[in-house]
Design a protein around this ligand. Structure first.
Ligand code: MLT
Length: 309
């Protein structure tokens, strides 16, 4: 019988996938792992499974002498040097759209937290402070919601927003009149201008991929278009919004509040954490049982068809 392949897992995965792995592979789980540790140990493995906690860089690929497959358990590929990978025989697999619902629902969780002061109310009640009269909030019905990015996550957010009777608009990387007309039939306005989208909406959700053209996309030059009553939610990637400029907008009261599930330097302190009108979560967008189970099923199918056959 052929000996089992060695698999390295460097991010949290669902128990279903872990059980499958342990049955079929020699499994090593290392997280957190530093970039140098990953580069130093990868020559021992046949398959790597990661999410957003590690980088597949060209330096890493040079050392991945026996690697047959890299599995990105999720959607984003901003941590993968796809160009260098294409020059090798290493198979690459990711699971686009599997966590769109999870990320969309988290976006609404963050919106409600900001509009209903849930973080503040909870902190106060833990200290037995009952400040109901100071906790007047806002409802979502008839509010305007602007989506920066209209891929699978943006579309899921729009579907939920329609259920709240919100007015939905968006921007996409390539505006066309045909797309605008098509979205109009679905009750969604497509703007060809980000500044207008920002000025027009009560709630802005950043849900675009992190690519060259979206690096620092939101910065002081356009954050100034937001209203003092507006909120900004980032469920995309940290580098899409300038944290320094967002911090200044929040401190100056130029916007009402902001929430982010993603950060420029994840795992490290951000000055944003000190602000009352900011809510942060540690990149939990995809952390639902349902989404991780879907991801597990697809990865198991990939391994069965491409690696174990
Ligand atoms: C994704 O891009 O799919 C998410 O960021 C997944 C994750 O939590 O790593």
């Amino acid at each position: 019988m052929a000996s089992k392949l060695r698999i390295l897992i460097v991010d949290p995965i669902h128990i279903k996938l872990r059980n499958y792995m342990e049955k079929n592979f020699i499994v090593t789980i290392k997280h957190p792992i530093t970039q140098q540790e990953l580069i130093d140990c990868i020559k021992k493995y046949d398959v790597l499974i990661l999410r957003s906690g590690a980088q597949v860089s060209s330096k890493f690929i040079e050392q991945a002498k026996h690697l047959r497959a890299i599995i990105r358990a999720g959607t984003g590929v901003d941590n993968i040097d796809l160009q260098s990978l294409r020059e090798t025989d290493i198979l690459f697999y990711n699971t686009p759209s599997t966590n769109s619902r999870a990320v969309a629902e988290l976006s609404f969780g963050l919106i409600h937290c900001l509009f209903r002061h849930i973080k503040h109310a909870s902190t106060e009640i833990e200290a037995n402070i009952w400040n109901k009269k100071l906790l007047m909030g806002f409802e979502l019905t008839n509010k305007s919601l602007g989506l920066i990015g209209f891929g699978s996550i943006g579309q899921e957010i729009a579907r939920i927003a329609k259920g709240y009777d919100m007015q939905v608009s968006c921007t996409v990387s390539h505006y066309t009149a045909e797309r605008a007309a098509d979205l109009k039939t679905k009750g969604i306005t497509l703007f060809d201008n980000l500044d207008v989208l920002m000025a027009f909406n009560d709630i802005l959700v950043v849900c675009c991929p992190y690519i060259e053209s979206t690096k620092n996309l939101l910065n002081k030059n356009n954050l100034c278009y937001l209203q003092p009553t507006s909120i900004l939610i980032n469920v995309a990637r940290g580098g899409v919004v300038s944290e320094q400029d967002l911090y200044r907008s929040l401190v100056n009261g130029d916007i009402y509040g902001a929430a982010s599930d993603v950060f420029e330097r994840e795992g490290q302190f951000s000055p944003l954490f000190t602000l009352d009108n900011f809510i942060g979560t540690p990149h939990i967008g995809a952390m639902t049982n349902e989404s991780q189970e879907k991801i597990s099923d697809l990865i198991i199918q990939f391994l069965e068809e491409k690696i174990l056959k």
